[in-house]
Design a protein around this ligand. Structure first.
Ligand code: ISL
Length: 554
């Protein structure tokens, strides 16, 4: 492969702070920015470089901050602009960078722009949103939204429908309108001039809409919301007008993209974004499927490597915790959490850590719909039960993938509410906080937290993790339990061995290894010293990282 195009952020590790569930400093039951400031040393000691902060802008908070009513003010629940500025200073003082969440596909219906737009058909801001007449007395087309049966909401006052890709309280901005784009670029400049180092671009594949909004053959397949013509013109203009003028790193949340489409967002010759989140795993692979996971990794490596940068993640604030969904959160929770981390940090792409993942926090199973807060789940529950379906059956169906599964409070210690708040938490704490918490992990040399520290240290000290070519060992390409691959750069070769299963699996060393020295760099079990034997036995959820040394490099 061609020599890698080195950038500081390609060697970085990003830590996602879902601040409302991170640390509550004033006892109101919500996390806040002051609480984040108090925990910055914890984040820094992990070794991460970038802190991604979920939206903190003024908002009615219907979709946990993804419904913004003032882009240039801080949500009272989170703190003040002064608190935010102190947070930025403290992040920088620790040598880290701050990535903000940029939600520009839609605003809240209580944003002044929308209040003006909906006030009359001839308001100057009418065309800042997407308004259509009824068609045959009903919605302009049959599209669903992410969070509701129709993507259209009737506005009685002006006798038209408006378009929303998410909840009716989240009207989509009309990106065709240059006034809208100018307003967004001004807002981005406002934050970049304050010193923000990066943006995570929310639902960025949805910005463009088709000319005529034709009916969908299969309304339940909502990919028609994404990747419409014109999208990349907007992103290229955003880059030219704003991003290219700052030393800023960007990651686009790009639902429903393939590697070929993904390259349009992050190709280094495209001058759009730096890296992307695709959802071929989290949106389309309900549970662990090693064969499918390997195929997805192969396709994205072939599609992007040497041309653009991928991310590696298996959970976030929208997707339940990886050790529960894709690993083993029972007897092998610690080993499994470390194995998944090893995989994400050694596969090609920038690793993203979702708060609590670094101590092996698990998904949650509350026993009633009243315990859940997620607007997506609540709306879907009402829709399905409204069709006459059995409420308990619908609840069980939605429970497993509810976004709240990953939104329970960060588990700091074994004090009440896991040290998250002295008040009543906005969402219940996972009852397993007595066994799983940061204080316990930080006091143990063999904890998940300590293992993440070692993984991140390896990434800092060795270019091969960020820039090395990826190659699976052919003998195990189709193995359902073992994942065996190398990363290689300038003569440095690392071998990663993973047993993603609940049973011990024999691993016969290939002949080609006989002439090499294997230096064990990191493992999630005590070393067995079986490298010189014909066959090693990989224990349940065992992960090993070796450096392969030939004579010349011993
Ligand atoms: O979680 C998903 C569905 O399984 C994602 O596809 C997600 O809903 C979608 O990609 C957009 O998510 C982002 O925008 C939403 C917000 O609710 C999510 O929290 C955010 O990550 C609307 O702003």
């Amino acid at each position: 492969m061609a020599a890698p195009n080195k950038k500081w952020w390609k060697k970085s590790v990003v830590y996602q702070v879902y601040w409302r569930s991170f640390c509550d400093s004033d006892g109101d039951g919500y996390g806040d920015l002051e609480g984040v400031i108090r925990k910055l040393d914890y984040i820094r000691e992990l070794g991460v470089d970038i802190v991604w902060l979920n939206p903190v802008y003024e908002s009615p908070d219907l979709d946990n901050g993804y419904d913004i009513s003032d882009y240039e003010a801080i949500m009272r629940k989170a703190g003040t602009m002064e608190t935010w500025e102190r947070l930025l200073t403290e992040v920088h003082r620790r040598g880290m960078k701050l990535m903000m969440d940029l939600v520009v596909n839609h605003t809240s219906d209580r944003h002044p722009w929308f209040i003006e737009s909906r006030s009359s058909r001839d308001n100057p801001k009418r065309d800042w949103y997407i308004w259509k007449d009824a068609k045959d007395g009903k919605e302009p087309n049959n599209w669903r939204s992410y969070f509701s049966p129709s993507a259209w909401e009737w506005d009685e006052a002006t006798g038209q429908y408006y378009f929303h890709s998410f909840a009716p309280e989240q009207p989509d901005l009309n990106w065709r309108n240059p006034e809208v784009r100018e307003a967004i670029y001004r807002m981005m400049t406002f934050w970049l001039d304050k010193g923000v180092d990066g943006f995570r671009l929310d639902a960025i594949a949805l910005l463009a809409k088709p000319d005529d909004f034709p009916d969908a053959d299969r309304p339940e397949d909502i990919r028609y919301l994404t990747n419409n013509p014109g999208l990349h013109d907007y992103l290229r203009e955003m880059n030219e007008r704003v991003l290219s003028r700052y030393d800023v790193v960007t990651v686009g949340e790009a639902a429903f993209v393939t590697p070929e489409e993904g390259l349009k967002f992050v190709g280094e010759d495209r001058r759009e974004l730096d890296m992307l989140f695709h959802f071929e795993i989290c949106d389309e692979m309900p549970g662990w499927d090693m064969i499918r996971f390997k195929q997805i990794q192969r396709r994205w490596y072939a599609g992007l490597w040497g041309k653009g940068t991928n991310s590696q993640f298996l959970n976030n604030h929208d997707h339940t915790r990886q050790v529960t969904r894709y690993g083993n959160d029972g007897p092998y929770r610690v080993q499994s959490a470390k194995l998944l981390a090893t995989m994400l940090h050694t596969l090609p792409g920038v690793p993203y850590i979702y708060q609590g993942e670094e101590i092996g926090m698990t998904g949650v199973r509350f026993d009633s719909i009243e315990d859940y807060n997620d607007i997506a789940m609540i709306n879907r529950y009402a829709e399905e039960v409204g069709k006459g379906r059995d409420p308990m059956e619908v609840f069980r169906e939605l429970q497993a993938l509810s976004r709240d599964n990953s939104r329970t409070p960060m588990q700091w210690d074994d004090s009440p509410n896991a040290g998250f708040t002295t008040g009543t938490p906005w969402i219940r704490v996972n009852p397993n906080y007595l066994e799983i918490n940061a204080a316990k992990d930080r006091s143990s040399p063999d904890s998940v937290y300590r293992y993440y520290q070692e993984l991140i240290r390896l990434r800092k000290e060795h270019d091969v993790m960020a820039y090395g070519d990826f190659e699976e060992w052919p003998e195990w390409m189709d193995d359902e339990r073992l994942y065996v691959y190398t990363r290689s750069l300038d003569g440095v070769r690392w071998l990663i061995l993973l047993n993603h299963s609940d049973e011990p699996v024999p691993f016969e060393w290939p002949e080609r290894v006989r002439s090499l020295t294997l230096r064990l760099l990191l493992a999630n079990y005590p070393p067995r010293g079986d490298e010189s034997e014909r066959t090693a036995t990989l224990r349940p959820h065992e992960a090993r990282i070796y450096e392969l040394l030939d004579d010349a490099r011993r």
